[in-house]
Ligand binder design. Structure first.
Ligand SMILES: Nc1ncnc2c1ncn2[C@@H]1O[C@H](COP(=O)(O)OP(=O)(O)O)[C@@H](O)[C@H]1O
Ligand SMILES: [Mg+2]
Length: 379
């Protein structure tokens, strides 16, 4: 056996994502994982070592990094995601160049990150691959761009009376609106976005409803300069009276972990009052409705297969009413922060959390006897 690779992680040193990965590597018998601060990458000070295997982690939740990327001091502010995207992708590409020059191996492909962090492009890639996704008039690179509420109204169709309007480069439900339009000009939106009297946008921890077209239009017009993605609102299945979806983590091509997320609001994000639901009950409901649970997990794998250069992704799977069918809501590059969650039975990651499963994939790939590609469990 070849000696195990030395790992480095580009991230926010000391934060949970980096620490959990470092701990998993240590528990898996690997040498200490070197943390390369995002700030060093952004300031042109990052260096990589020959032979090193380099993971890219989220640059989120650090005020200095956020200021560099988004040009915004206040983490609660919503604006700046177009600039964030442009700088983040440029920085990820610089990591690819530096690792290439150093003879290091990158575990996360920056071109894929560029798709994953653009909801329009991600939707287009999934759609073209035949992965079921909610209908969208903004899918892909050639779709019309939405410049404000008037464009949203112009794109409206019978299938889009209920729609999600999202920031193209948003995450954590920032800038996400669940919009309902009805006859007689009635419009309402459910969202955590708030607009102050100077027109500035803030993320709130409270989900609220705006019930006039004037208010909804003002929000959408303020969000639009950063780019918007629109989708049909899929009527989601429920669990104990709360709307539900699934997060499926795919490591090296295999669906290894899954959780149900439930919420009283149409958004299931945990910081907005979402909670982990009952996975066994979701499976039972799917099978009772004549659906296939393995088919659902395979759907996650098909979505992940669109990103073959990413060691792990987190797929948001939307179950339709009655748990009969599934569609992919989005694919998250850094969707594996699910501390304490162990692997699915039969996945090969039983007893492992999402980080331990990735360390196991790295071990398999480093073993020349098995000749495996790090990104593909079965290659
Ligand atoms: N088309 C849709 N139909 C129904 N629910 C949706 C749809 N798109 C998103 N959601 C819900 O809204 C939440 C946030 O949307 P998502 O696209 O995942 O944005 P983010 O990247 O901010 O998490 C998801 O958890 C999901 O439950
Ligand atoms: Mg999401």
């Amino acid at each position: 056996m070849r000696p195990s690779p030395r790992l480095a992680v580009v991230g926010i040193p000391g934060n949970r994502r980096v620490t959990l990965f470092q701990e998993a590597a240590r528990a898996g018998g690997l040498a200490d994982v070197r943390a390369v601060p995002w700030l060093d990458v952004l300031r042109g000070r990052a260096r990589f070592l020959p032979g090193e295997w380099v993971r890219i982690e989220s640059p989120g939740e650090d005020p200095l990094v956020d200021r560099e990327l988004r040009g915004m001091d206040d983490a609660a502010r919503v604006e700046g995601t177009a600039r964030w995207y442009e700088r983040f992708v440029r920085a990820a590409r610089s990591v690819a160049e530096l690792t290439g020059d150093a003879g290091a191996t990158l575990l996360d492909d920056p071109d894929e990150l560029a798709v994953l962090f653009d909801k329009r492009r991600c939707h287009g890639v999934l759609r073209e691959a035949g992965v079921p996704v909610p209908d969208s008039p903004t899918s892909g690179d050639s779709a019309p761009r939405v410049r404000g509420w008037d464009d949203v109204r112009a794109l409206e169709s019978p299938g889009l009376r209920r729609m999600f309007v999202k920031l193209a480069h948003g995450s954590s439900a920032s800038g996400v609106l669940a919009v309902e339009t009805a006859g007689g000009g009635r419009v309402q939106a459910t969202t955590s976005v708030e607009r102050d009297d100077q027109g500035r946008l803030f993320n709130s921890l409270r989900v609220r409803r705006y019930a006039t077209e004037r208010e909804v239009a003002a929000l959408v017009d303020a969000l639009a300069p950063d780019g918007l993605h629109i989708e049909r609102w899929v009527p989601k299945a429920s669990q104990r009276g709360r709307s539900a979806d699934l997060r499926v983590v795919v490591v090296a091509g295999r669906a290894t972990h899954a959780v149900v997320r439930t919420s009283r609001s149409p958004m299931t994000n945990l910081h907005l009052g979402g909670a982990r639901g009952d996975l066994a009950a979701a499976r039972a409901a799917t099978e009772a409705a004549g659906g296939s649970w393995t088919g659902m997990l395979e759907l996650g794998e098909r979505a992940a297969a669109c990103f073959p250069g990413s060691l792990r992704v987190g797929v948001d799977v939307l179950p339709t009413t009655g748990w009969r069918r599934f569609a992919v809501g989005e694919v998250n590059a850094f969707g594996d922060l699910l501390p304490g969650l162990t692997g699915l039975p039969g996945s090969g990651a039983e007893g492992q959390d999402t980080y331990a499963a990735q360390i196991a994939a790295i071990h398999r790939a480093a073993d020349p006897g098995r000749r495996r590609n790090v990104h593909r469990a079965t290659a």
